[in-house]
Design a protein around this ligand. Structure first.
Ligand SMILES: O=C(O)CCC(=O)C(=O)O
Length: 314
């Protein structure tokens, strides 16, 4: 399991080195107990409202990729979208808890370390004003058993090995990072470590899309309060236990050089329709300015990229 603990205590590998090697890293105990309590309270209220059909931005059981219907299917929901949406039907304190978390200096410092890694041979680790606001969603326990097929988030399963290699070149700068922050212990995410950096093997190509025994697969084990950062083009799937509580915040942060591929990844979720109405006035000074800058760069990305379509379909 990749954790930021060191192979050599004098020269611990950087977070970006670990992420480039395995495709994911786990940062234990990012949240304090009091933050965990506050976020669980907000998350529980939003989950109840979403299951009852009072929040239309949901992921419905039975459908893996966006767009999703706006009412829960009879088999329930497995995710809730847009936790930063200005119309989220929650008291201000709960909405603030999600904003505080998404823009928290701890999350953004890790994102900066991953996205602004120094170019080989330089000491320069860039400037923070290239971070872009992206997604802040939540993955929840479905009420009936449900599983996602193996996928990469932004490369179709039908891609040739040549196309996969062109997209997965890890010598190129990283332009996004995705994270899962568990509010309850969570082992639903299954990944093949290292697969973010190579085309699929013949065994992976010919495997059943719902295979429970993909060679090399591991469960990403998160204890409540831990966060996993990962490359969303790692081979992965979700397998959900309807009897086990799950409320895992699911976000991403981008880099301004992310171009059309990142624009599609983010804007296919509909964020462009509401991001300009978000009120970040409740954030602490310093954090607020950074949030405004990240929002501004997302708006610009939307303007420059027009209709982006969807990454995947089923
Ligand atoms: O449930 C998870 O953690 C994985 C979700 C996922 O693979 C996705 O949203 O594409």
């Amino acid at each position: 399991m990749a954790t930021p603990s060191s192979a050599d205590d004098n020269h611990p590998p950087s977070l970006s080195t670990l992420l480039k090697k395995d495709g994911f890293i786990i940062i234990p105990s990012l949240l304090t107990p009091s933050e965990l309590t506050t976020l669980r309270a907000a998350a529980s209220k939003l989950t109840a409202l979403s299951r009852a059909g009072a929040w239309p931005h949901i992921r419905t059981v039975g459908k893996q990729f966006p767009p999703w219907p706006s009412s829960p299917s009879p088999s329930g929901i497995w995710g809730i979208q847009h936790l930063l949406h200005p119309s989220l039907p929650l008291p201000q304190a709960d909405r603030q808890a999600f904003q505080n978390l998404y823009f928290s200096p701890r999350i953004l410092s890790i994102a900066s370390q991953l996205l602004l890694a120094p170019a080989p041979g330089t000491e320069d680790n860039g400037k923070e004003d290239v971070l872009v606001m992206e997604l802040c969603n939540m993955l929840v326990r479905p009420s009936t058993p449900f599983a996602l097929r193996w996928h990469r988030d932004d490369i179709p399963w039908s891609a040739s090995a040549v196309d996969e290699e062109a997209r997965l070149d890890i010598t190129k700068p990283i332009h996004h990072t995705q994270w899962n922050l568990a509010l309850y212990d969570d082992d639903s995410l299954i990944v093949v470590p290292g697969s973010h950096a190579r085309a699929r093997t013949q065994a992976e190509r010919s495997a059943d899309p719902f295979a429970d025994d993909m060679p090399g697969q591991i469960k990403v084990q998160l204890t409540a309060g831990d966060v996993a950062f990962y490359d969303n083009n790692i081979l992965h799937r979700g397998v959900y236990d309807s009897a086990k509580e799950r409320m895992t915040l699911h976000g991403s942060v981008g880099h301004v050089d992310g171009s059309r591929e990142r624009a599609r990844n983010v804007l296919q979720h509909g964020v462009g329709e509401w991001v300009e109405q978000c009120d970040f006035g409740g954030l602490e000074e310093g954090v607020r300015e950074r949030a405004e800058g990240m929002r501004e760069r997302l708006v610009r990305m939307g303007r420059e990229n027009g209709d982006v379509g969807f990454s995947l379909s089923e």
